[in-house]
Design a protein around this ligand. Structure first.
Ligand SMILES: Cc1ncc(COP(=O)(O)O)c(C=O)c1O
Length: 446
């Protein structure tokens, strides 16, 4: 990968296809792991069995998926749960009353809601801080702090947290578990265990499954003692996925590397397009040089995925108009699927975050989050361009008021300056319009 980012892990795609999938595991020598639906397993004598006794404790298809997930993150064990929030709930259940969590403040809203409304009610205190500011992190750690909860990049503001530095600071303060929700990048682009994190959690619902047809989660670890606790909680709390769903996710992992390459390449082209759009004020994409944490992203990741946000120059009405004018992007919550989605965090995914917290964070009514899918990049750029222009040109007075000199369509300007090619055209010499090719969407970050 170009631009100073880490290289994707060698052997990643091979592990995604083969780890845990040995045909010799099955009497039939099936190349594709079979779905075992049985909820119970015959014992040879009391408490003497094949390794499986009851479906909640273990299932051959689930264990196959878990082996593969562990390999992808460089962990030793992975545990699959019925949802991403199920995984998060189980990880937090490692704590006890009186313990304290420091969590990043720009957090997936469901985790935020779980921490504020459920976890804190059970006597576990949570402090929300901007962990990308390491001073803030340090001053939030208390004697009772037992867990640091990181998302990097954060969502929807795309702040990047330096995982290695955080680990070094936190571990000096005591035996505090560091958990990273790696949903937005996947192990193809970021491997938190290699930077010293203790637990990596996923909503597999997103990129890991990638087809928007399964809800599932996972936790991956590289320490036996933590694995034993999670194995106990997985069985005891019972938040487990079905063998059918495990089959679907396991199948989807086979194309994860390919999909992430394409998401990454298409999204940075769109981010660059928006960055130069006359009606866009700010683009939050860690692959852009303008991003304030771009250098951390380069040290820590093999690039950025298809999820990023932008702030336009209008008001709530413009957001509504943009989102309802999109024809290729679908107005819907979620991320990581093959289809492109757009949403308004302030009214949709992050509506459950208290208004004051949203305002402080900057989750305004003009902040739109995209999940760039696998469609042709030129169709996605055109779609955004027409929707933004539609929203702003409806009110010419507003347009004149904001940018009198920049009302002309941005798509043409972008195309003729080589915007859909690999790198911005340094000399500014015009590239031909047929420069718009998805095939040129390779290694484009930074
Ligand atoms: C970053 C992140 N973590 C966790 C979750 C929760 O996952 P699930 O919807 O699978 O429960 C989500 C869901 O959107 C998410 O975006």
């Amino acid at each position: 990968m170009s631009g100073g980012f880490l290289k994707p892990r060698p052997g990643f795609a091979t592990a995604a296809i083969h780890a845990g999938q040995e045909a010799e595991k099955w009497k039939s020598a099936a190349v594709v792991p079979p779905i075992v639906t049985s909820t119970t397993f015959k014992q040879f004598a009391p408490a003497e069995h094949s390794g499986y006794d009851y479906g909640r404790a273990g299932n051959p298809m689930r264990n196959t998926l878990e082996e593969c997930l562990a390999a992808l993150d460089g962990g030793i064990y992975a545990f699959a749960f019925a949802s991403g929030l199920g995984a998060i709930t189980s990880v937090v259940a490692m704590l006890s009353k009186g313990d304290h969590i420091v969590a990043t403040n720009d957090l997936y809203s469901g985790t935020n809601r779980l921490f504020r409304n459920v976890v804190s009610r059970l006597g576990i205190d949570v402090t929300f801080v901007d962990i990308s500011d390491l001073d803030d992190l340090c001053s939030s750690i208390q004697d009772s702090t037992k867990m640091i909860w990181i998302e990097s990049p954060t969502n929807p503001l795309m702040k990047v947290i330096d995982i290695g530095k955080t680990v070094r600071i936190v571990k000096r303060r005591g035996p505090i578990l560091i958990v990273v929700d790696n949903t937005l990048l996947t192990p193809y682009l970021q491997r938190p265990l290699e930077f010293g994190a203790d637990i990596v959690v996923y909503s597999l619902t997103k990129y890991m499954n990638g087809h928007s047809d399964v809800i599932m989660g996972a936790a991956v670890v590289d320490e036996v003692a933590i694995a034993e606790k999670l194995r106990f909680l997985q069985n005891t709390m019972g938040i487990v996925p079905s063998p059918f769903d495990c089959y679907l996710v396991n199948r989807s992992l086979k194309t994860l590397a390919l999909r992430m390459e394409r998401h990454r390449a298409t999204a940075i082209i769109i981010a660059r397009f928006l960055e130069r759009h006359p009606f866009v004020d700010e683009v939050m994409h860690p692959g852009l040089k303008s991003h304030k944490h771009h250098n951390i992203a380069k040290r820590q990741t093999a690039g950025h995925s298809g999820v990023f946000s932008f702030r336009h120059a209008g008001e709530l009405e413009h957001s509504k108009k943009i989102l309802s004018s999109l024809k290729v992007f679908t107005l819907a919550e979620s991320t990581g699927g093959y289809e492109s989605l757009a949403e308004l965090p302030s009214m949709m995914t992050h509506a459950s975050v208290p208004e004051q917290m949203r305002t402080e964070l900057g989750i305004t009514d003009t902040l739109i989050r995209l999940s760039v899918g696998l469609e042709d990049v030129q169709d996605l750029v055109k779609d955004l361009d027409q929707a933004i222009h539609h929203a702003f040109h409806e009110n010419e007075a507003y347009v004149d008021h904001i940018r009198p000199s920049q009302i002309r369509p941005s798509m043409d300007q972008f195309r003729f300056s080589g915007g859909l090619s690999e790198e911005p055209n340094p000399a500014g010499s015009p590239n031909p319009p047929n420069e718009i090719q998805a095939g040129s969407a390779q290694n484009t970050q930074s």
